[in-house]
Design a protein around this ligand. Sequence first.
Ligand code: NDP
Length: 449
Amino acid sequence: MEQIVEMIQARDPEQYEFHQAVEEVIESVKPVLDRNPEYRQQAVLERITEPERVVMFRVPWMADNGQVQVNRGFRVEMNSAIGPYKGGLRFHPSVNLGIIKFLAFEQVFKNSLTTLAMGGGKGGSDFDPKGKSDMEVMRFCQSFMSELYRHIGPNTDVPAGDIGVGAREIGYLFGMYKKLKNEFTGVLTGKSLNWGGSLIRPEATGYGVVYFAAEMLATRGESLEGKTCLVSGSGNVAQFTTEKIIDLGGRVVTLSDSSGYIYDEQGIDREKLDFVMDLKNIRRGRISDYLNAYPHAVYTAVDPALDHNPLWDHRADCAFPAATQNEINDKDAAKLLANGVYLVSEGANMPSTPEAVDLFIDNKILYGPGKAANAGGVAVSGLEMAQNSMRLAWPREEVDSRLKHIMESIHRTCIDAAGSYGADGNYVIGANIAGFIKVVNAMLDQGLV
Ligand code: NDP
C-alpha cells in the first residue's frame, strides 16, 4: 500500500490535496484488504485511485470592457461503478487538477454512503465569479458549457454546484446545455424550483451536517439544545448549517469569508441570518458588512499566511467548518480542544488536515468527516434526479424527511462499519470502509473495465 501511495505521488507530484485524500482512505481500508486478498490481485486500489476519465479544456470569454479572458475548465469522471458520475462544479481561482481530483475521489465514497445510485465526479474552473458582473458570469458559464455539454447527460454525468457555483451559475449553465442539446433533462442539480429544482436542495448540505451532528450527540444522550457553535464560511453550506442549528436550539457565534470572520457573542438569530443571506446571496457583499447592521459584533481580518485561524479560538461546544479544504490545521485543532469543543461536523470537504484529524480522534471527540457529514447535499441532488425523471415535485416535508432518514442511515452505516473492524466510534474509518466496500464490489461484479 505504501508503494501505491508512492506511485501516485511520483506520477502527479504537485497534486497534494489528492495525495492527502488517497492516503487517508488507503490507511483506513488496510484491514479490509487484509481480509479480502482477492482485492490485491484485482488491483482495486490502483483502479479506484485512477479517474475513469479527465477532461481539461479552454474557456474563452469576454469581459465587459471587451477584453478576452481565458480560463481553464475541468471535469474529472472518477468512478461510475454504482451510477452516473455525480458531483459539483467549483469556480474559484485556487482550482487546479489536483483539487478537482481530490474532490472527485471523496465524492465516490460520499455518494456510495447515501444509498442512492450515483458514481463520483467533480469539475470546475479557476474562474473567480467574485467582482464579476452578471453578464460576465453568464458569458463565462455559456463558454464553459459549450465544451462540457459533450461529456455530461442525465444518465452519464450530472454536475451540481460547489464553491462559487450557486443558483445563478446553474441557471446559465443549464440554459446553454438545453440550447446545445435541444432537450430539457435533469442534467444539472441545484436548479431553481420553477424549472426542475427540488425543494430543500439549497438547504440540504447544511441541514444534513446538523442532522449528522445531532445523531453523533445522541450517542452520548445529548442534543444541540443550548450548545455554542462555531461555523466558518458564509456561503450556501454555512448559511443552512446556521439555520438548522438555530432551529434545534443551538447558538452560532461565528461566520466568515476569505477575508475574515465575525464573532457575535449574543448569537446569530433568524433575523441576523436573513441579513447575512441577503448580504451574501443578493448584494454579494463581505461578511465584515455584518457590523453595519450589528455593531456590537467583532470583526477580525484574517491573513491567510497566518499559521492559525483565530476563528477557531473561542469557547464553544461544537465546530462546523463550512468554507474550504485544510481550514483547520493542528494548531487550530489544539485550540478547539482546549476551548472545550467536543464535536466537529464537517460541512466543507476535507477541511481538517491529517494532523488535525489525528488530534480529534486521539482525543475521542465526536468527529464527523465531510464525506459522511456533508453527504446530504448530494443525497438531495439524487432525489432531484429522481423527481426529474418522474416529472414530479415532492413537497418540502417529504424531501426533508428523506434527507433526515438518509443522514441517520449514513451515521448508522459508519458506526456499524467501524465497529465490525474494531474501531468503535471512529467515523473516518467507518465512512471510508463502508464507501469503499460497496464501490469495489460493484467494480469487481462488472469485470475488468
Ligand atoms: P460557497 O461558494 O457558497 O461559499 C464558500 C464560503 O467559503 C464563502 O464564505 C467563501 O468566502 C469561503 N471560502 C472559500 N474559499 C475560501 C478560502 N480559501 N479561505 C477562506 N474562506 C474561503 O460554497 P459552498 O458553501 O457551497 O461550499 C463550502 C464548502 O462545502 C466547500 O468545501 C464545498 O466543497 C463543500 N460542500 C458543498 C456542498 C454544496 O451542496 N454546496 C456539498 C458538499 C460539500 P469568499 O466569499 O470570500 O470566497
